[in-house]
Design a protein around this ligand. Sequence first.
Ligand code: HEC
Ligand code: HEC
Ligand code: HEC
Ligand code: HEC
Length: 261
Amino acid sequence: MNHNIVARKMLLPCESKCWLRLCVEIFFGRTELIDPIRMLVGAMLFLILGVATAQTAGAGIKGTAHDPGIWSFGFEQQVCVMCHAPHNTNTQGPLWNRAANNTSYTLYASSTMNATPGQPGSVSKLCLSCHDGTVGVLDYGGATGGMTLAEASSCTNPLGCSGVLGTNLSNDHPIGITYDAALATADKGLNDPSTKTVTIGSTASRSGTIATMMLSGGKVECSSCHDVHNIYTVAGSTGTSKGLVKVGMAGSSLCLQCHTK
Ligand code: HEC
Ligand code: HEC
Ligand code: HEC
Ligand code: HEC
């Protein structure tokens, strides 16, 4: 048997959190209930679980938005399993344990762009398997747990809703674009990614060319700017260590690694 599913079945030992589980089950549709009650429960959950993360840039994934441990309704006790598992995974990403994401996206378009955006690369699709708001965050390990990031029109989702990019990426920084020396030459406003060096992270840091530190398969993807594991990250624009950005936002330093503006 697939032991990812076993892991899911062992979730939430029935202690004091039982009533919370009930709330969650009611809110996320496992029990039929009329809408006003659902909304009330949702609002309650939001108040109780409006989780304040004590996230520190560079301190690793625990305690970040990607650690189910901070969600306090106790769905999952493991940090990695929503995204990776040791066995029975798929080939969409490294030991990838999430439902396949085959959505087609509306791409960024602009008359001044030199690059031609393609569909998001495989690494970005991994992020979008939660952040496009169509796939349940809890759809992992071969089970359908549901709960998309976009579930509520007003944000009663205890996981937060600010991170829903949707399937229309035309209002987001272009991804899925090849960024090489030829593009830099054609654009005249970009550094050559094969020679320009960049340092990512603060607590732990690494230096190398833009191509090695920020590109995936030679392309700009979500992971060009973010480190989902919160290792090579610095404090974001809010100064609260949120944002999981690889280079600081002060003075738009992140942008100026690639753009010469
Ligand atoms: C929210 C999803 C998510 C979680 C949770 C997560 N990862 Fe990842 N991981 C990714 C993605 C996406 C990639 C692909 C490339 C990237 O952005 O690093 C990846 C890549 C990796 C890789 C291969 C590339 C590399 O950076 O070495 C390893 C190893 C890895 N993760 C280990 C872990 C471990 C161990 C945990 C738990 C402590 C974990 N991850 C938790 C999303 C996640
Ligand atoms: C398993 C689902 C899942 C995957 C996969 C995932 N995320 Fe997230 N992410 C979340 C949730 C849940 C939040 C918190 C709620 C929100 O911000 O909407 C979040 C928040 C974030 C934030 C804001 C965090 C902060 O501290 O401000 C960033 C940035 C982010 N994700 C980037 C990524 C990137 C980049 C990837 C892929 C490399 C990725 N995520 C993959 C679920 C996921
Ligand atoms: C060119 C750089 C860049 C790329 C590419 C990029 N992001 Fe971001 N992202 C940012 C910056 C900068 C912020 C704001 C960070 C801050 O305020 O500290 C951000 C914020 C976020 C947030 C938090 C939003 C919020 O309001 O809570 C999420 C979630 C996120 N990005 C996910 C993604 C995903 C998923 C992708 C790929 C589809 C992606 N990003 C691609 C630079 C980028
Ligand atoms: C990893 C490198 C990289 C980073 C970091 C980066 N960009 Fe970009 N950006 C690019 C590339 C490559 C293009 C495509 C340029 C082209 O083909 O004309 C682009 C495109 C753009 C465009 C669209 C240009 C057009 O003609 O429509 C804007 C605007 C932009 N970036 C702003 C930003 C801002 C603001 C930041 C910081 C939050 C940022 N970029 C961070 C590489 C990057």
